[in-house]
Design a protein around this ligand. Structure first.
Ligand code: SF4
Length: 375
């Protein structure tokens, strides 16, 4: 690792307690640049996760998470409880104890060589954010993108991270080879509230600028207004202004959902609410009572009646027009202008662009391009 010299400590035995189950921990690292955060570098045995019961509601069957835990620290993050599997807590530890799968690109490339036919599309950003701050150091995404593109596996990325811009040239090249779907998550357009609820994330303004950069690079970019926070971000004024800014940034469509609070997340969120908005505690207790994770049906219907006309008004209805058929597809990952043909006119595989070839993990590069000849 190029930042090995910044390590304050490695293999901190006290911090490995929760990781004891993982036999593949390489080391645990802290750096002055990431105050309060410990990165636990692991060698992943697998990288492609199969999501059982993929459906319209959960349209992806395969995911990749290069990181576990997320320094974006959203108090409502539904993935918090997954950290307890490692005996970390779902609150502060989720934000500060980050598992980094340092060999993830290599493993993805290897798995795709054997599973390619069973993996029609891969989703990134479904559990933790692949462009969280750690990615600036570890740079895992370029290798993953290159491996997916080389294997001709379509993929989607959902992020709050403006670091996505770093990889735009590579994503443009990948999109020439496979459908690539990009989405930015931006739900809170009140700066003070956003910094309080999502303290580790870039501002809404910076994320909107990233949407614009994606569009200027020639790729579609959806915005996920997720989650809408009851009594905090669901006023007409907030929704209308949010959609106006999203449209002005050039986004192609908007998806939204009301907040749900799973066990683990609910306790952390309620602590925040008691601290920051005590007047709303009773209302939230009523909405998310007992083991109920989802906002009540009546609320979701009320929200839909309010936001859907606004989404239509701003021309951000979900779906993309197919210029070749004039039809509208609901699934953004099936991008248009992409030839499904995996071979060129002579029946040969499309050659890899230099940018993709450069980012391929070493063994994948040898498999794709061939071992260098020595004589
Ligand atoms: S960016 Fe996504 S994964 Fe990260 S803390 Fe926020 S909601 Fe969770």
């Amino acid at each position: 690792m190029r930042w090995a010299n910044q390590a304050i400590s490695t293999e901190q035995s006290n911090s490995l307690t929760g990781l004891a189950k993982l036999s593949n921990v390489v080391r645990s690292v802290q750096t002055p640049e990431f105050a309060g955060i410990t990165f636990h570098e692991v060698l992943a045995k697998t990288a492609l996760n199969h999501v059982p019961g993929a459906s319209n509601a959960m349209p992806f069957a395969w995911t990749i998470n290069p990181y576990r835990g997320c320094s974006h620290s959203c108090v409502y993050c539904f993935a918090r409880n997954t950290h307890t599997y490692l005996e970390f807590d779902a609150g502060r530890d989720f934000d500060n104890e980050i598992i980094v799968k340092i060999n993830v690109a290599e493993v993805v490339a290897k798995e795709l060589r054997t599973k390619r036919d069973r993996v029609p599309v891969v989703a990134l950003g479904t559990n933790t954010d692949p462009y969280q701050r750690a990615e600036g150091r570890y740079r895992l995404m370029p290798g993953i993108i290159a491996a997916l593109a080389e294997a001709e596996t379509p993929f989607s990325i959902l992020t709050k991270g403006t670091l996505l811009r770093r990889d735009l040239p590579l994503l443009v090249e990948a999109n020439k080879r496979v459908p690539v779907s990009l989405a930015m998550s931006i739900a809170i357009f009140d700066d003070d509230l956003q910094q309080s609820v999502e303290p580790g994330t870039p501002t809404a303004k910076a994320r909107l600028a990233t949407v614009t950069a994606v569009r200027e690079a020639g790729l579609d970019c959806s915005v996920f207004m997720m989650p809408i926070l009851p009594h905090l971000t669901d006023t007409n004024a907030h929704l209308d202004e949010a959609l106006r800014q999203i449209k002005a940034a050039g986004a192609t469509s908007v998806l939204y959902t009301a907040m749900h609070l799973r066990p683990g997340t609910k306790e952390w969120f309620m602590l925040w609410l008691e601290r920051e908005h005590p007047d709303l505690v009773e209302k939230y207790r009523y909405m998310y009572y007992g083991v109920n994770s989802y906002a009540p049906k009546e609320y979701r219907k009320w929200l839909a009646a309010k936001i859907q006309p606004l989404i239509r008004k701003h021309g951000l209805t979900r779906g993309h027009e197919d210029p070749t058929t004039g039809g509208v597809a609901a699934a953004p990952v099936r991008s248009f202008g992409y030839s499904q043909s995996k071979t060129d006119a002579r029946g040969e595989r499309m050659p890899l662009s230099p940018l993709i070839a450069e980012e391929l993990p070493p063994t994948a590069a040898i498999a794709a391009i061939g071992a260098p000849t020595l004589f």
